[in-house]
Design a protein around this ligand. Structure first.
Ligand code: DOR
Ligand code: ZN
Length: 430
């Protein structure tokens, strides 16, 4: 693929590989980054884009989204999901297989990939199911799914509880050098829980799911990863204790990676007060201590990446009573603003650390090579205005999900332009 020639001038390049932020111009030719220098002279036939005051980041990669196709086109489609993704600064996203039918066979995976290509905004890289129908009883055909283009396998939405199957899954996926993504939840412990088990749940009279429903599965899976040498990736961490378990395992050399969502980095169980279904999500928002533990893990690299777990639902479903409403937050379009506000503003992370967790880290896990801001790389770029303050208005989302716990919140930091293969796929000012 090739794009027009473009000179992005006057911006600050945030390169996570170089771990720094430098004032530089970026020259894009034939869909690739050609040069990055303090100043590059404009020449004939070169389109110039003024990025004064802006940050130039590698395009973001979302390891965990739900695009709901096939089957729940009323919630989201590959098309509307892709539109939401580019608005959020993402150039690639990995849709989870809890669709209807489940993405547990070649046909579904290939259809989603092709639909992503037809839409043409982002790189759609599906995650295939671990077990047939996500029933947890029989492993899928890993060879077929990886051959069809899956970047990983997962039963996300549900955990894989059978320890023997989990062991076999880690052994089998190891042959393909790809991760098994676990939705870590002991559903016996969390059974019936609709929020974090704690003071707020007690006050509201809602059934809680304890943090241990996450940690016991992580502890088991780390033991299995250690035993098999397989690659475990833990989805959406929600508790400080989970971070600690993974930190220790990484020190022992266990092959484990993990992710955290923008909502777990910015909200706590307090957001549920008033029976706010917009904050109903699985795993649940937990305590301030958990939130700070997650930030610490993100900072020290225990947590490899931020993934949105973009989980769109219809308004009529989210507007139900708390027990009936589905779990899930539509997070693609607020991810950068929420992360910048919660992490950069208070000084927890630098921009290059944030760029690493939103782009380089997830790209590595998804196996997207050449993803960065270096001469020769495909030109996948997110341009961010770090000072832009804006108010979240879900009515303006491209996603079909028009509900968000961040509604009305003032955020600082906004994606203004997204370039993929040298082409502008999103421009906030257009
Ligand atoms: O909140 C969630 N929503 N958590 C999940 O694990 C599944 C997801 C969904 O598919 O809606
Ligand atoms: Zn999910």
């Amino acid at each position: 693929m090739s794009g027009a020639n473009l000179l992005i001038s006057g911006g600050t390049v945030v390169d996570p590989a170089a771990k720094r932020e430098v004032r530089a111009d970026v020259l894009i030719q034939d869909g690739r980054i050609r040069d990055i220098q303090p100043t590059i002279a404009s020449s004939n036939g070169l389109r110039r884009m003024d990025a004064a005051g802006k940050l130039i980041l590698p395009g973001f990669v979302d390891l965990h989204v739900h695009f709901r196709q096939p089957g729940r086109e009323d919630k989201e489609t590959v098309e509307t999901g892709s539109q939401a993704a580019v608005r959020g600064g993402f150039v690639a996203a990995c849709p989870m297989p809890n669709t209807s039918p489940v993405m547990d066979h070649r046909g579904a995976v290939e259809w989603v990939r092709q639909e992503g290509q037809r839409v043409g905004l982002i790189d759609v890289r599906p995650v295939g199911a671990l077990t047939r129908g996500q029933q947890g009883a029989e492993l899928t055909d890993f060879g077929e799914l990886f051959d069809a283009g899956c970047v990983a396998l997962s039963d996300d939405g549900k955990p894989l509880l059978n320890s023997l199957l989990m062991r076999r899954a880690l052994e089998y996926a190891r042959v393909f050098d790809r991760p098994v993504i676990q939705h870590a939840e002991d559903t016996c412990l969390s059974s019936g829980g609709v929020m974090h088990e704690g003071l707020v749940a007690t006050t509201l009279g809602l059934r809680g799911a304890p943090a241990e429903s996450e940690t016991v599965i992580i502890a088991r899976d780390l033991a299995l990863a250690e035993r098999t040498g397989g690659w475990l990736h833990v989805a959406h961490l929600s508790s400080a204790r989970s971070v600690e378990l993974i930190r220790q395992a990484k020190r022992r050399g266990v092959r484990v990676t993990c992710e955290v969502t923008p909502h777990h980095l910015s909200l706590t169980e307090e957001a549920v007060r008033g029976f706010n279904t917009l904050a109903k999500v699985n795993p649940p928002l937990r305590t301030e201590q958990d939130r700070l533990g997650l930030i610490e893990g993100l900072k020290d690299g225990t947590i490899d990446c931020i993934a949105t777990d973009h989980a769109p639902h219809t308004a009529w479903e989210k507007d139900a009573d708390f027990d009936s409403a589905p779990f899930g937050i539509a997070g693609l379009e607020t991810a950068l603003g929420v992360c910048a506000t919660a992490l950069i503003g208070p000084g927890h992370l630098t921009w290059s650390q944030l760029a690493d967790r939103l782009a380089a880290g997830p790209a590595r896990i998804a196996g997207l090579t050449d993803h960065g801001l270096a001469a020769g790389c495909p030109a996948h770029v997110a341009i961010v205005d770090p000072a832009a303050a804006w108010t979240v208005d879900p009515a303006a989302f491209a996603s079909k999900a028009k509900r968000s716990p961040f509604t009305g919140q003032r955020l600082t930091g906004r994606v203004t332009t997204v370039i993929r293969h040298g082409l502008v796929v999103w421009d906030a000012n257009a």
